[in-house]
Design a protein around this ligand. Structure first.
Ligand SMILES: NC(=O)c1ccc[n+]([C@@H]2O[C@H](COP(=O)([O-])OP(=O)(O)OC[C@H]3O[C@@H](n4cnc5c(N)ncnc54)[C@H](O)[C@@H]3O)[C@@H](O)[C@H]2O)c1
Length: 384
């Protein structure tokens, strides 16, 4: 059996966004409850105070625990001060909310992409650095045990020199213009002013983060084509990219939200000169390892055979054969964030400010390349 965290629930947390009808806020709440180190005590769950109050009641927080914004929440909770906030609002709200939370001295767990533009990201990073508050970003795929194992295998040299990586992230839910029918999540995601970028920001940033996380290398330059394949859509819903890592390894990255039949098809494959690995988000307990000239090996989360690292084991809350998923991966990130908050450390084991800002530099380079007909473009190495 993997490790289950036994530390007492002691860290009070407020949520911004995640009101009734929202997507990811509920996932964060389930993960927070599963990990058990934070206690959600209040929220500015919506920009409308009425909806915020009714959302607080609906999730069982009781009367008066819904607020209009962060300032009102900090004020209203002064007798039970908050230690941290989770920011789960649409992208265009992240900048003002992260800056306000940092200025209030709160630890921050922010959704991705960090912001709408690289310029906003710089402003946010400066505020977080100035305040020296713990910061984590929700690149949830780093919370899966077999991703940790994949990262270890690459770092251990088992694959030899990495020569190539392919990351594919395919979804089909935006294959039709559902934003025109009032679908809430599609509405802001397809508005350039509210989302910043389309499929690039929504899912290619996850693919980019996973690539750098597992390889331990950085994507240095790229050639990209962003397309709006649904007629009339004002934002990209499809991205194809060629890239090169700092080590010289070649990369392809594909992200699309018009791929009918695909739900959340994220796959990463890494090829060294002595072997390869492949991991699929929709079958997350399995990591395929293929050493050169040996049969393929199916490594599994929760295995008691002793080949998993301590980190990967600690991320498994159930034994092998009892599948893990998205909420547990989020819970692993929250466990790490709790460690950060308790030790007052600006960064943790999983993605933080540096990775969040790198995601925005990646988006900036994608757009520049695509606007220049796929010209090779360097990704800015933003110094924090
Ligand atoms: N890490 C992941 O895997 C993952 C998955 C889904 C979404 N996300 C990210 O999470 C964020 C939210 O996405 P979603 O799909 O849950 O959106 P959503 O539209 O379902 O929910 C957004 C919520 O924020 C609230 N909100 C908007 N403005 C607000 C304000 N000023 N103050 C307080 N609340 C406000 C809305 O009322 C709503 O409750 C986005 O940044 C998105 O990219 C990440």
């Amino acid at each position: 059996m993997g490790a289950v965290h036994h530390k007492a629930k002691s860290l009070s947390l407020g949520m911004i966004g995640g009101g009734e009808g929202a997507f990811i806020g509920g996932v964060h709440r389930a993960a927070i409850a599963l990990d058990g180190r934070f206690e959600l005590v209040a929220g500015a769950f919506s920009s409308s105070v009425e909806r915020s109050l009714s959302s607080a009641l609906a999730i069982g927080l009781g009367e008066g625990r819904g607020f209009a914004n962060l300032a009102a929440m900090v004020d209203g909770m002064s007798e039970h001060p908050l230690r941290a906030v989770s920011i789960v609002t649409p992208n265009f709200r992240h900048c003002e909310q992260v800056v306000a939370a940092a200025n209030a001295g709160l630890a921050i767990f922010c959704e991705k992409p960090l912001a709408c533009t690289l310029q906003e990201a710089r402003v946010m990073a400066a505020a977080v650095r100035r305040a020296q508050v713990p910061f984590a970003v929700a690149h949830v795929y780093s919370g899966f045990p077999m991703v940790a194992q994949a990262k270890y295998l690459v770092a251990s040299g088992m694959l030899g020199k990495i020569r190539r990586a392919d990351v594919v992230y395919l979804q089909g839910w935006l294959a039709q213009p559902i934003e025109l029918d009032g679908q809430k999540q599609a509405g802001w995601r397809t508005d350039p002013k509210l989302a910043g970028a389309g499929a690039s920001g929504d899912i290619a940033t996850h693919a980019h983060h996973l690539l750098e996380h597992v390889t331990g290398d950085t994507l240095s330059h790229l050639s990209a084509r962003q397309s709006s394949l649904v007629e009339g859509r004002l934002i990209d819903d499809d991205v194809s990219m060629l890239g090169e890592m700092a080590s010289g390894a070649r990369v392809t990255l594909t992200a699309s939200q018009i791929a009918i039949g695909r739900a959340n098809g994220l796959t990463i494959s890494i090829y060294g000169d002595r072997g390869s690995i492949s991991w699929q988000q929709e079958d997350p307990d399995v990591l395929w390892l293929c050493p050169d000239e040996q049969p393929e090996q199916r490594w599994i989360a929760g295995s008691d055979k002793g080949y998993l690292t301590e980190e990967a084991r600690s991320m498994c809350r159930t034994p092998s054969g009892h599948p893990r998923g998205f909420i547990e991966a989020f819970a692993n990130l929250y466990g790490d964030f709790a460690d950060q908050v308790e030790s007052r450390s600006p960064s943790g084991r999983y993605p933080g400010l540096q990775e969040a800002v790198r995601g925005m530099a990646f988006l900036d380079a994608l757009a520049k390349s695509s606007n220049a007909n796929g010209a090779w473009t360097q990704i800015e190495d933003v110094k924090l």
